[in-house]
Write a protein that binds this ligand. Structure first.
Ligand SMILES: O=C(O)[C@H](O)[C@@H](O)[C@H](O)[C@H](O)COP(=O)(O)O
Length: 233
């Protein structure tokens, strides 16, 4: 695990973008494609501001969601919807490169369908994402994996349904730890004093919180934090 502390949010975006450029270009050079998992929250802003300056072959990107809410795509709660509005127009990415959840089905079916879409995209059920871009919530959650939830112990499913998310909306799908911890790289980016206490609990006190369980077996995990978020480290 590598912690990178930078001055402010602008520097987080710069650092994050340089990792994305390097990881995407390595993946494309070595394997022909770049598989990346996206999160909502501030990651959307970081990418909307940072990606336009990234030098990469956009046509080789395959984008999925680390978690997604079961809402219509035009709902303001849809993570894909937010990316469509805020990020995609600033890049050369096309909507067709995104693996999105099936509409009009329940969470269980959406999770099953998402798994099938990923199997197709990866050409098998070995989902080795090149990069997962992760957020961390105020309770230490990441993806839609919340503290003390039974999904923390999921070992069989690759994508799971959740219908009792403590953070609304309640119905979602999420990648599970077997997939998360198979990734080649995971990056958390967090800024601001509001994150400081939770960052300390995870990175210094090593509390067993969902975000702390992101430990890729054969990959790397990076925490890019600004000075305010790192103040208790
Ligand atoms: O699905 C969600 O409800 C959000 O995407 C959520 O999981 C978010 O990623 C974290 O709460 C971190 O949010 P910030 O990055 O905005 O702090």
């Amino acid at each position: 695990m590598t912690t990178i502390t930078v001055a402010n949010e602008e520097e987080i975006i710069r650092k994050l973008s340089s990792y994305i450029e390097k990881i995407s270009n390595d993946a494309i050079h070595n394997r022909g494609k770049f598989y990346v998992g996206l999160s909502g929250g501030s990651v959307v802003k970081y990418l909307s501001e940072g990606l336009p300056k990234v030098n990469t072959d956009w046509s080789k990107w395959v984008l999925a969601f680390c978690d997604e809410r079961l809402v219509p795509e035009d709902s303001e709660d849809s993570t894909f919807g937010v990316y469509c509005k805020q990020m995609i127009p600033k890049t050369l990415l096309d909507k067709s490169q995104f693996i999105t959840i099936k509409q009009g089905v329940n969470a269980e079916e959406a999770a099953k369908d998402y798994t099938e879409q990923l199997i197709k995209a990866f050409g098998g059920d070995d989902f080795k994402f090149d990069l997962l871009l992760l957020g961390m919530g105020p309770d230490g959650h990441t993806c839609s994996l919340f503290p003390n939830h039974t999904l923390l112990n999921e070992t069989q499913l690759k994508v799971a349904a959740i219908t009792d998310s403590p953070k609304p909306p309640p119905e979602r799908i999420t990648l599970t730890y077997p997939v998360i911890n198979s990734a080649r790289n995971c990056i958390f980016a967090a800024s601001g004093a509001a994150k400081a206490e939770m960052i300390k609990r995870i990175l210094k006190d090593k509390e067993d919180l969902p975000a702390a369980r992101v430990k890729p077996t054969h990959g790397s995990v990076y925490w890019i934090v600004d000075a305010a978020a790192a103040q208790h480290l």
